[in-house]
Design a protein around this ligand. Structure first.
Ligand code: SF4
Length: 349
């Protein structure tokens, strides 16, 4: 029996019950596979499930998603992070709909679609179309590095782990196999305390034999994330409406709704007078107690929040009641800013 046979046998008994594998997706459906894989990049299965169900409930087909407004998608995506993915999701849905509503079947063709990189192309080709494509996510890297005791640290080891994974990918049932390795990594070969006694690959696994499973994958020394600083403006009109505006389409949080702020810079050098150069309007600004902290992939952010009352002016942006902000495409960091004045109960009167 080959390693892939052993794993597929295990998968048939132990596969995870996930919504994109359930009705109406009992048969792998390209739309469900694509949507779930885009959502799963950088995010956990548990975090994705409610978003996946909400998207499928609201937009059951790729054509329906293509017809949605970008803003509706960004709002539904809010909280999942990495908002460029939501924008690409919309662009990709439109492209697929324009091509007749069918996803292409090969990795090469899939790579021509917006937002689809090597990983997602391989996942769709394998899982949705049962093509022999090698899908390598963090789970698969961990399993391969342990199975073969790969001593090179990540990310340098990635090409080798990819080759090792490709060598094991079978021609028969490659889609099930791709999901099986991911499931093994997620449920048995976990980062800490892997359940080697339950593992179908326990016998050939070199890391288990050496009693060193947790030593793999070897990771390069962590780069310490810098902290950036800024000042956010909680801007209220005399009727209590709050000012928000849309961020530029490109860059961090592109196209999302924001509470106005200064640029976020590397040094904690903001004085109130410096920050007020970036205020959306003139006001008697007062500094609120507390700080808003948020962590992005590459940096931590620390924001001071100031509040002030200004004349209502539609040219400054959109004005909404504070309790409506949650229904907008507000990323998590902006929700945190919006919570601070209300938590303190010191919104300007
Ligand atoms: S035997 Fe243990 S370390 Fe090796 S693949 Fe299985 S769970 Fe992972």
């Amino acid at each position: 029996m080959t390693l892939s046979d052993t794993l597929l046998e295990w998968y048939d008994r132990n596969r995870r019950d996930l919504p994109w594998r359930a009705a109406p997706f009992n048969r792998p459906d390209p739309y469900g596979v694509w949507l779930s894989e885009v959502m799963l990049q950088q995010t956990t299965v548990q975090a994705v499930i409610p978003y996946f169900n909400a998207f499928i409930g609201r937009w059951p087909t790729v054509e329906a998603l293509a017809q949605a407004e970008l803003d509706e998608i960004l709002t539904a995506w809010a909280g999942l992070g990495y908002y460029a993915r939501a924008r690409n999701l919309h662009a990709c849905a439109r492209e697929v709909a324009a091509r007749g509503g069918r996803f292409p079947e090969t990795e090469t063709e899939l790579l021509t679609l917006p937002g689809i990189g090597a990983y997602t192309a391989a996942a769709i080709a394998a899982i949705a179309f049962n093509r022999r494509a090698t899908v390598v996510d963090g789970n698969v890297e961990r399993v391969m590095s342990r199975l073969h005791c790969v001593a090179d640290p990540l990310p340098k080891a990635k090409p080798r782990l990819q080759r090792l994974a490709a060598d094991l990918t079978p021609s028969l049932r490659p889609g099930d196999y791709a999901q099986a390795v991911m499931d093994l990594g997620a449920t048995v070969c976990t980062p800490r305390s892997p359940a080697c006694s339950l593992c179908p690959w326990a016998a050939p696994c070199q890391a288990r034999a050496a009693n060193r499973a947790e030593a793999f994958p070897v990771k390069a020394a962590k780069v310490i994330k810098p902290t950036r600083y800024g000042v956010a403006f909680w801007t209220v009109d005399p009727a209590g409406l709050v000012l928000v505006r849309r961020r530029p389409d490109s860059g961090l949080l592109g196209g999302m709704i924001e509470i106005p702020s200064t640029p976020w810079i590397d040094a904690r050098q903001w004085t109130l007078s410096q920050a007020l150069d970036y205020a959306p309007a003139h006001a008697d600004w007062s500094v609120l107690d507390g700080l808003v902290r948020h962590t992005f992939t590459h940096f931590h952010l620390e924001l001071t929040v100031v509040s002030g009352v200004v004349d209502h002016n539609p040219d400054l942006g959109q004005w909404h009641p504070p309790d409506r902000l949650n229904s907008l495409a507000l990323p998590t960091v902006m929700k945190k800013i919006a919570r601070l004045p209300r938590t303190l109960g010191n919104e300007p009167k």
